[in-house]
Design a protein around this ligand. Structure first.
Ligand code: GLR
Ligand code: MG
Length: 432
């Protein structure tokens, strides 16, 4: 029998960028492209145990991931905290950038956020391998689950029936461009997945239309938690108008306006709780936002925050300051959903149902998709994440990435909208 040190040492790292199908979902910047990039990370131990992780697949994430992958062999899969220091030493990983990440809508883009997102994919892969080596589920490595299933909410989008020109894959959801369409979409989410709460991606239509959609949802599903997220598209005044109109109806309003200062102004003038995955996305953003009372719920995302261990650190900080915690999601496969579910299962005070784009992602890289039952995902007790890579599918989706002419290798919702409307530019903020 090999000793533990050999068993846990990293012999190989494989990176596989893929393109997965994405429906024409609308947001304030534009529309999703027919395919979106994700990066699948595999770490292989000296004993031949493979762990899998996933992160953003856009070119700059991939470039950094390649450098980190090259530095890993010889280290150990239980050296999780050391991953951050290792990634920080990669030349170029510290060069700050500013501006808004068009596709991800994750607030101001910085080198820190990029690096943390890359590390998250490796951390999850290492946890998966470590769990398999020790015969323990990932949640046990995080201290153990406090629930057997994690609740998710339905992620409703305004959407077209198909991509412009019939590009990509057509599904049978149809268009949803008004309150009736949104309610019909929500009914299908309830029928097919059993979700008990609803988030509508807003910032697409003038606020009164989105207020009407939320009212229609409230009438169709009385008492169910409802959220509206325009990704910072509104001014402070518009945010307060919407908060007044939907005061008794919303569980929370998500990123109504951009930046901590404006969020704080809104928060000071309404009782509707504000949630964010845009103004508090890294640890350095916390002190000012919490001191100003700018947010009442932080939507964690293990990709943003640098992995599952750091998500638990975030949970402790939120608990200390009496700020709620829930979970944001971006287009992802079942690997990230499994990772989200493991960490969510370990946080005792995760009181709001988590977001997940997963129902919109019909293409996957795992052999058995994770099923929602009653809006919940069961927490796996199998060693590691409890998912298995489907190598044929991985190869197929990687082939699509290889064959792509570059159009889809970086998510760009503005460019996708321009296909339908050649005059479309990134909307100025506030849009309303
Ligand atoms: O809650 C959010 O802000 C998101 O889920 C960000 C995403 O980029 C979303 O807006 C999308 O996929 O269109
Ligand atoms: Mg959001």
């Amino acid at each position: 029998m090999t000793d533990l040190s050999t068993a846990l040492s990293l012999a190989e790292v494989r990176l596989t960028p893929v393109l997965i199908a994405d429906p024409p979902l609308l947001n304030t910047h534009g529309v999703h492209q027919p395919y979106t990039p994700r990066l699948i990370v595999e770490v292989v131990t000296a004993d031949g145990i493979t762990g899998v992780g996933e992160t953003y697949g856009d070119a700059k994430y991939l470039a950094l991931a390649r450098e980190l992958a090259a530095a890993l062999p010889g280290r150990r899969v239980d050296g999780l905290n050391g991953l951050h220091a290792l990634a920080a030493r990669i030349p170029g990983s510290g060069a700050p950038e500013s501006g808004v990440d068009v596709g991800g809508q994750r607030g101001v883009q910085t080198a820190d956020k990029l690096r943390l997102s890359v590390v998250s994919g490796f951390e999850v892969a290492c946890l998966d391998a470590l769990g398999k080596a020790l015969g323990l589920p990932v949640h046990a490595l995080l201290g153990g689950k406090v629930r057997d299933a994690v609740e998710y909410s339905a992620y409703l989008f305004y959407r077209w029936a198909e991509h412009p020109g019939g590009a990509g894959q057509r599904d049978d959801w149809g268009a949803a461009l008004d309150p009736a369409g949104v309610v019909e979409q929500a009914r299908r989410f309830v029928r097919d997945y059993g979700f008990g709460s609803f988030k509508l991606k807003g910032g697409v239509f003038p606020p009164d239309e989105e207020i009407a959609a939320i009212r229609a949802l409230a009438a169709a599903f009385p008492g169910r938690p409802l959220r509206l997220d325009p990704n910072g598209a509104w001014s402070v005044a518009t945010s307060l108008y919407v908060a007044r109109e939907l005061g008794g109806v919303l569980e929370y309003l998500e990123d109504p306006t951009l930046g901590t200062a404006q969020m704080a102004e809104v928060a000071a003038a309404t009782d509707v709780p504000l949630a964010t995955n845009m103004c508090v996305t890294t640890f350095p953003e916390i002190p000012e936002a919490f001191a100003k009372g700018a947010v009442q719920v932080v939507l964690s995302d293990h990709h943003y925050w640098g992995g599952l261990l750091r998500t638990r650190e975030l949970a402790a900080i939120c608990r200390t300051f009496g700020v709620g915690l829930s979970m944001h999601s971006n287009t992802h496969t079942g690997i990230s959903l499994a990772a989200m579910t493991h960490v969510a299962a370990t946080v005792s005070d995760l009181d709001n149902a988590c977001d997940s784009h997963y129902p919109w992602q019909t293409e996957d890289v795992i052999t058995r998709r994770l099923p929602f039952e009653g809006g919940r995902i069961e927490v796996s007790d199998a060693p590691g994440l409890g998912v298995e890579l489907d190598r044929e599918r991985l190869e197929f989706l990687h082939r699509r990435w290889l064959d792509d002419d570059g159009t889809h290798r970086d998510r760009d919702d503005v460019a996708a909208m321009r296909v339908a409307d050649p005059d479309w530019v990134m909307p100025a903020v506030p849009r309303w």
